[in-house]
Ligand binder design. Structure first.
Ligand code: TNX
Length: 547
C-alpha cells in the first residue's frame, strides 16, 4: 500500500472513516485485559470537559509535525518477533534503537530485538537509518509506516529520537503501562515529515525553593523528551536553598542545602548525582543548563559563608518567598573568587555550552554596579569555556555576541539585545510561566503575571512578541516552573501538564500550521497516554479529553 492522504488538519470529514477505524482499533487494544492504574487525586480541581463534537483525531500528535498523511491499508503488527534494524554504526543511532525496543517491551513476554546493519531485512521490520540530508537539520526526521514495515530516517541520532517519540504517540497508550504485558499491537499506516522551528525548546525547574531529588528530575526529563523538548534549565540556588555540591565551598550544601520554602528539610545533589542527571538527560537528547542565581537570590550562600557579606555577618537561613532582599558583596574581590570556583566546578560537570547566571530582581544595587557585576560574571563564564545566559535584566550589561538573554518580564523591550547580536530565549511570564495558576480555582501556584489557561500558553508567537526581535534573534522558548508553592513532583506535574505540551508545540511547530482548535483536540488525545504513565495532569475544561 502506498496510498497516503494528507491529514494535516485531522478533523476533516474525508478522513473520518479511516480515523474512526483506527481509533476503534486502538481503543480495542487499549481496553481489553489489564486495568489501567487508578489516577492519584489531582491537587487542582478537575472540571469535566463537555464531550467534543469533533471526531477523535488520529494520530493525536503533539507537537504537530510538518506533514502527516494517514494510509488506508491494514496496520502493521508488532510482536516479539519484530526486529529493529539500526542501519548505522553510530552508537547514538544504536541507542535510539534500544530506546524504541524499551518502549515496545510490553508487546510480548519479551520485546522486539535490536540488530545492527541487517543485510536481508524481512517484511514487518523497523528500520532506523541516518540517510536524511543533513542540510535540513539534525533534529529532522521522516517516518513511514506501511504494510511492509517501518522506516525512520534522520541525519543524526537526535532526529531518530524524535521520530521514535512520534511513533510512540501513534502507538496505543496502554503500552506505556508496565502491567500491560503481553500486548501485541499494530501500527496504523502513516507518513510523516518533520523538523523543529526552534533549536531551543526548554523547560526550567526550580529545585531551590523546594528540592526535587534525582528520581523526580529523571521523571521530568522523560516527560520533556516525549514532547521533543531538548533543554532542562535547573535553577540550582536561591535564597531558600543551595542544591549542588561545590567541593571548594562545602558549606553551601552542608548548611545552605538544608532548608527550603516553608521550613521543611531541603536537600542537594552531590556532584556524582548531578553527573547522573546530566547523563540521563543526554540519553534523551536534552542538555542540562545549570543556573546559579547572582548577585541577588543568594541568601542560602550568604548564610553559609559570612565572608560573602559586606558586613562579614551571615544572615539566618530564609524559608519565606519574598524576593530582592539578598545580594553578594560585589565590591569585595572574595566574591569573584567564590563565583569563579563555583562556575569552574559546575562547568566541568556540564557538557552543554551554557551557564546561566540568573541576574534577576536585584534591588540592592544601582544599574551601574549591577552592570559591572554582570560584565565580570560574563568574563568568568567565558573563561570556563561557556556562554552566559541571564534573565532579561542582564541586558543592562555589555553583552557579548555569544551571550543569551532570557526574556521573562512582559512588556520589556530588548531590541537593543537583538541589534547587538545576542540571542534571546522567550519565556514571557504571562504565557510561559507554568507556575502561574490556570484560573482562580487553582489552589497551587502564583498569579502575579496573571492566570494562564492552556489557550493562553498556546496562543502566542515568539517572533512577534517584541518589537525589533524577530525569528532570527530567537533561540527558542522555555517554560519556567518556579516552586514556591509546589512541594512534590505530583504538584509539579499538575502545573506543567498540559501547559508544557502547549509550549513544546510553540517551540517545535511552524507558526502558520498552528491552530488552537486543532491543537486542543490533539491535546485531548494525550490524556490516555499521560494517564497510563501516571502523569498528574490538570484536566483543563478547555480541552476535550479523550477517555
Ligand atoms: C520571578 S522570573 C522570579 C522568581 C520567582 C518567580 C515566581 C524570575 C527571573 N524571578 O524568583 O520564583 O517570579 O513566579
Amino acid at each position: 500500500m502506498n496510498d497516503f492522504r494528507p491529514a494535516s488538519r485531522l478533523r476533516r470529514s474525508a478522513a473520518r472513516a479511516v480515523i474512526i477505524g483506527a481509533a476503534l482499533f486502538l481503543a480495542s487494544c487499549a481496553t481489553g485485559g489489564k486495568p489501567t492504574p487508578p489516577r492519584p487525586p489531582s491537587p487542582t480541581p478537575s472540571p469535566v470537559a463537555a464531550p467534543s463534537p469533533t471526531p477523535a483525531p488520529f494520530p493525536a500528535l503533539v507537537p504537530l509535525p510538518v506533514s502527516v498523511r494517514v494510509g488506508e491499508g491494514a496496520p502493521l503488527p508488532v510482536t516479539p518477533a519484530t526486529t529493529i534494524f539500526v542501519q548505522s554504526t553510530d552508537p547514538g543511532a544504536r541507542f535510539v534503537g534500544e530506546f524504541l525496543a524499551g518502549l515496545l517491551t510490553t508487546v510480548g513476554p519479551v520485546g522486539p530485538s535490536v540488530a545492527q546493519m541487517g543485510a536481508a531485512i524481512p517484511d514487518g521490520s523497523v528500520v532506523l537509518s541516518l540517510d536524511l540530508d543533513p542540510s535540513i537539520g539534525g533534529e529532522a526526521y521522516d517516518l513511514k509506516v506501511t504494510s511492509t514495515g517501518v522506516t525512520l530516517k534522520a541525519s543524526s541520532p537526535a532526529g531518530l529520537f524524535y521520530g521514535v517519540q512520534t511513533l510512540r504517540q501513534i502507538l496505543p497508550p496502554i503500552l506505556e503501562h508496565d502491567a500491560a504485558r503481553p500486548r501485541p499491537i499494530a501500527i496504523p499506516q502513516v507518513e510523516i515529515m518533520d523538523r523543529p522551528r526552534f533549536g531551543w525548546r526548554g523547560a526550567m525547574l526550580d529545585v531551590a525553593r523546594h528540592f526535587f531529588g534525582v528520581e523526580d528530575v529523571k521523571r521530568y526529563l522523560d516527560l520533556l523528551a516525549l514532547h521533543k523538548m531538548n533543554r532542562l534549565h535547573l535553577h540550582l540556588s536561591d535564597d531558600q536553598g543551595w542544591r549542588l555540591e561545590i567541593q571548594s565551598w562545602p558549606n553551601l550544601t552542608a548548611m545552605g542545602g538544608r532548608t527550603e520554602v516553608g521550613g521543611t528539610v531541603g536537600g542537594f545533589y552531590t556532584q556524582e548525582q548531578y553527573k547522573e542527571i546530566v547523563a540521563y538527560a543526554r540519553e534523551r537528547f536534552i542538555d542540562i543548563v545549570p543556573e546559579i542565581d547572582m548577585p541577588g537570590h543568594t541568601n542560602a550562600a550568604l548564610s553559609s559563608y559570612p565572608e560573602l557579606n559586606c558586613d562579614g555577618v551571615a544572615p539566618p537561613p530564609y524559608t519565606d518567598i519574598k524576593v530582592g532582599f539578598s545580594c553578594l558583596c560585589v565590591a569585595d574581590e572574595r566574591t569573584y573568587v567564590f563565583i569563579e570556583d563555583v562556575i569552574r566546578e559546575i562547568a566541568a560537570l556540564t557538557p552543554g555550552p551554557f551557564f546561566h547566571v540568573g541576574g534577576d530582581e536585584v534591588k540592592k544595587l544601582g544599574d551601574a554596579a549591577y552592570a559591572q557585576f554582570i560584565n565580570r560574571a560574563q568574563d568568568i563564564v567565558e573563561r570556563q569555556g561557556k556562554r552566559m545566559i541571564g534573565w532579561d535584566e542582564v541586558a543592562l550589561a555589555s553583552l557579548h555576541q555569544g551571550s543569551v538573554v532570557q526574556h521573562w518580564r512582559p512588556g520589556t523591550k530588548l531590541a537593543n539585545v537583538a541589534l547587538n547580536g545576542s540571542k534571546l530565549i522567550m519565556s514571557p511570564a504571562n504565557r510561559a510561566y507554568i507556575d502561574m495558576q490556570y484560573d482562580p480555582s487553582t489552589y497551587l501556584g502564583l498569579f502575579w503575571a496573571g492566570r494562564i489557561e492552556v489557550k493562553d500558553a498556546y496562543s502566542w508567537d515568539p517572533a512577534t512578541l517584541m518589537e525589533g526581535v524577530g525569528e532570527d534573534s530567537i533561540l527558542g522558548v522555555e517554560a519556567p516552573l518556579w516552586t514556591e508553592t509546589l512541594a512534590n513532583i505530583r504538584e509539579v506535574e499538575s502545573m506543567a501538564f498540559p501547559r508544557l505540551a502547549a509550549i513544546a508545540e510553540v517551540g517545535w511547530s511552524a507558526q502558520a500550521a498552528r491552530d488552537w482548535e486543532d491543537f486542543r483536540v490533539r491535546l485531548g488525545g494525550q490524556g490516555p497516554r499521560w494517564q497510563a504513565m501516571g502523569v498528574n495532569f490538570y484536566r483543563s475544561p478547555q480541552i476535550p479529553w479523550r477517555p
